[in-house]
Design a protein around this ligand. Structure first.
Ligand SMILES: Cc1ncc(COP(=O)(O)O)c(C=O)c1O
Length: 316
């Protein structure tokens, strides 16, 4: 049954590299009735929201960094559906000017700040037990919203069905692994490529742990993004790709989606995707992060306007 809460928008990328390599690169955007839950966020949250009732809870507690797309989406979902939200934030102290956390609070999310060292223990049973005791009325959802419930939601996305026919490669940016695990689970006969935007050597194992035992492991792979920047940072070429995409009204940020598309184009250029003719790329959202990049002066005002489609002048 179609999900009335979202709509898919498909765009075929017009790019010299895709033309040269006779490859179609389809970008699939998921627009949500509540815009802050766009991209992969709604798919990862929907079954968690169902679980609140099943587990007799009144809200969701989850984890994220100070500019977390996931926490903001959760806060927006809480406000829309009427459940409480609590964000455990990796940050020493509250910063009232942080645009992501300010919006989280405006949407009613309660914030709990923990030091980066303590945050590292977020998946350890002791920390989780402690939090569950402290907040018994909340359902605990892991960082990035990644869990079996998230995989189930993402698996419902009909990403292989492009307007031109069936894709032979599905692609997305990967961080906590829930999105790619959902794409693999929902598309058992299609190859899936995740572009890892984090430096996490354990990511393949984390993804494997989310997959059904019957999964054909040869059909999916993870590739590192090709700049040597740490998570959250990016190079001028990645930003340039994002600016070029915006000219086709494909709005991206350079930390997840823009970085992944940039890597995909590099792989195409290097002949690493020669066998694939029709690629479907899942645009996982995250545009709210652009405000945080501007706030930290990682992009300037004009970049921000162009990347969000609010510019009247175009600079490349
Ligand atoms: C915009 C965006 N794209 C991609 C991802 C990566 O998804 P996942 O954590 O499920 O691998 C995230 C993180 O959740 C994200 O916020």
């Amino acid at each position: 049954m179609p999900d009335p809460f979202y709509q898919l928008q498909w765009q075929l990328l017009d790019h010299a590299l895709t033309k040269h390599h006779q490859t179609e690169l389809w970008i699939c955007q998921l627009h949500c009735a509540v815009p802050r839950i766009a991209g992969n966020k709604w798919l990862k949250l929907k079954y968690h929201i169902q679980q609140i009732q099943q587990h007799n809870k009144t809200g969701i507690l989850s984890f994220g960094g100070a500019f977390s797309n996931h926490l903001l989406a959760l806060a927006a979902a809480g406000q829309h559906f009427g459940f409480a939200t609590l964000g455990v934030v990796r940050s020493h102290a509250p910063d009232p000017a942080n645009p992501t956390l300010r919006q989280c609070q405006e949407l009613g999310m309660q914030l709990h700040f923990v030091s980066p060292a303590l945050y590292k223990t977020k998946t350890e049973a002791m920390m989780l037990d402690q939090l569950q005791q402290q907040y018994p009325e909340y359902l605990l959802v892991p960082e990035g919203g990644t869990s079996a419930a998230a995989v189930k939601g993402v698996a419902e996305l009909p990403l292989a069905v492009t307007p031109a026919g069936k894709a032979d490669l599905l692609c997305c940016a990967s961080a906590s692994g829930g999105t790619i695990a959902g794409l693999i689970t929902g598309n058992v006969d299609t190859a899936v490529l995740g572009i890892s935007v984090v430096k996490d050597a354990s990511l393949p194992q984390k993804i494997m742990a989310l997959l059904p035992a019957t999964t054909d492991q040869s059909l999916w792979q993870l590739q590192p993004e090709r700049t040597s920047r740490p998570y959250g940072k990016f190079d001028a070429a990645t930003l340039q790709t994002c600016l070029e995409l915006s000219l086709q009204h494909i709005y991206t940020e350079p930390v997840y989606t823009g970085k992944a598309i940039h890597t995909l184009l590099q792989m195409l250029e290097n002949g690493e995707l020669a066998a694939h003719r029709r690629i479907a790329f899942f645009h996982t959202g995250g545009l709210q992060g652009l405000a945080g990049l501007k706030y930290r002066s990682l992009i300037n005002d004009e970049h921000y306007r162009q990347l969000t489609g609010t510019s009247t002048t175009i600079h490349l």
